[in-house]
Design a binder for this molecule. Structure first.
Ligand code: SAH
Ligand code: MG
Length: 193
């Protein structure tokens, strides 16, 4: 027996960083508002967000590089009877373009390694339809992005610096209209002009 509550419970126990409730509400609201039919997700984890988007009517193509996550994602999708709605690509998203390029998408949801967001953005936005949207998760990184970064160890500091740079990149990108929301763990919404 498996359902969404079991998947959330598994995520909690195993510390899988699935989108939080507030972020999920925002994500699903945009899917309805922009009538999203085709989603490309970077970072499946155990397919929690993919399953919620599919339950809202979208077809989801999602990329995951970690074997354990990938296997759990496949299991959860099968258990919920969503194999025809969700396709999981088991690869590093930096090298998965050819695997997902056979269609165009209404929504690109970026939720994988935070230091690579700009690379994911540049690689996959060409697959967006005109008027398509990009949503990025964790741009506040548990509230740490807006604190004094000098207090953190090198690795964390570098990651937070990258997120800051990515936020600036988004806001200044002339091809998109971007708003960054202080909801969930910090979410951006960019609309392709
Ligand atoms: N979207 C999920 C949570 C994803 S957590 C949800 O809200 O339910 C981030 C995931 O991205 C992790 O499982 C991690 O293994 C994966 N990931 C990180 N970098 C990646 C990359 N370069 N390519 C593919 N997957 C990546
Ligand atoms: Mg996230």
């Amino acid at each position: 027996m498996n359902n969404i509550d079991n998947i959330k419970e598994y995520a909690k126990i195993n510390r899988v960083p699935i989108i939080n409730d507030e972020g999920l509400v925002f994500l699903l609201e945009q899917i309805n508002k922009y009538q999203v039919k085709e989603v490309l997700e970077i970072g499946s984890a155990i397919a929690y967000s993919a399953i919620m988007m599919a339950k809202n009517g979208a077809n989801v193509t999602t990329i995951e590089r970690d074997q354990k996550m990938y296997e759990q994602a496949i299991k959860n999708i099968a258990d919920l009877g969503l194999t025809t709605k969700i396709k999981v690509v088991y690869k590093d998203a930096l090298t998965a373009f050819a695997d997902v390029a056979s269609k165009e998408y209404d929504l690109l949801f970026i939720d994988a390694a935070k230091a690579q967001y700009e690379k994911f953005f540049n690689l996959y936005t060409p697959l967006l339809k005109k008027g398509g949207i990009i949503i990025c998760d964790n741009l506040d990184f548990h509230g740490l992005v807006e604190t004094d970064l000098t207090q953190y160890k090198r690795h964390l500091r570098q990651m937070l610096t990258k997120i800051k740079k990515f936020r600036t990149f988004l806001i200044n990108n002339p091809d998109y209209i971007t708003t960054i929301y202080k909801i969930g763990d910090g979410l951006s919404l960019s609309i392709k002009k």
